[in-house]
Write a protein that binds this ligand. Structure first.
Ligand SMILES: C=C(O[C@@H]1C=C(C(=O)O)C=C[C@H]1O)C(=O)O
Length: 185
């Protein structure tokens, strides 16, 4: 096969995958609407692990790549779902909000602190959540104590921004001991 022919095949695959991706995201939106009605959690790790196990056990050559692809797809699916759940965003943010600190920082900044298990949803996952919502990082620190890691991240932006609210909701729901400190100039 020539390079041109291989690229033509890739284009065909992408055409099929686009349709399936849009369909999958429509399902995610319907799931979010159902969860909004019933108050169910967006993140269901047991279901995700089951999907990954079932789909990937017979894949040989590119198994680890396929696992990563599925994990990312599900992170994107959850990010989309949290966007529909403004009541959940409000309650996660309200619960996590600490008293405003006077710190020497410029402009709108939000400092978040959370803990995670480094074998499960680790820092890479939470950085992806920030990236997917277009939120820039100003400062980051990570400390480890055995399996548990604590991250403190200074973000550009404010709590009125809808992407910021969606990202904080996802982090608050998928990490432990989540807290938010709004910085003042
Ligand atoms: C779609 C759902 O929500 C989340 C996203 C999933 C996915 O994208 O496959 C699976 C489980 C949940 O963590 C669901 O609950 O089925």
């Amino acid at each position: 096969m020539t390079l041109e022919e291989i690229r033509c095949e890739i284009d065909n695959v992408d055409t099929q995958m686009k349709e399936l991706f849009l369909k999958r995201m429509e399902c995610a939106r319907n799931v979010a609407q159902e969860k909004s009605r019933t108050g169910g959690d967006v993140y269901v790790p047991e279901r995700e692990e089951e999907i990954i196990r079932k789909r990937t056990e017979d894949v040989k050559e590119v198994q680890s790549e396929y696992i990563e692809f599925l994990r990312y797809l599900m992170t994107v699916s959850r990010k989309y779902q949290y966007g529909f759940l403004s009541g959940m965003q409000d309650s996660v943010i309200e619960k996590a909000l600490k008293v405003q600190k006077e710190k020497a920082v410029e402009g709108n900044r939000v400092e978040i602190t959370f803990r995670m298990d480094k074998e499960k949803n680790n820092l890479y996952h939470f950085l992806n959540v920030l990236h997917l919502n277009g939120i820039r990082i100003e400062k980051l620190s990570l400390e480890s104590e055995g399996q548990i890691q604590t991250a403190v991240i200074l973000l550009e932006g404010n709590l009125e921004n809808s992407e910021m609210r969606r990202a904080l909701c996802q982090i608050g729901k998928e990490a432990f001991d989540f807290s938010i400190t709004v910085m003042s100039e």
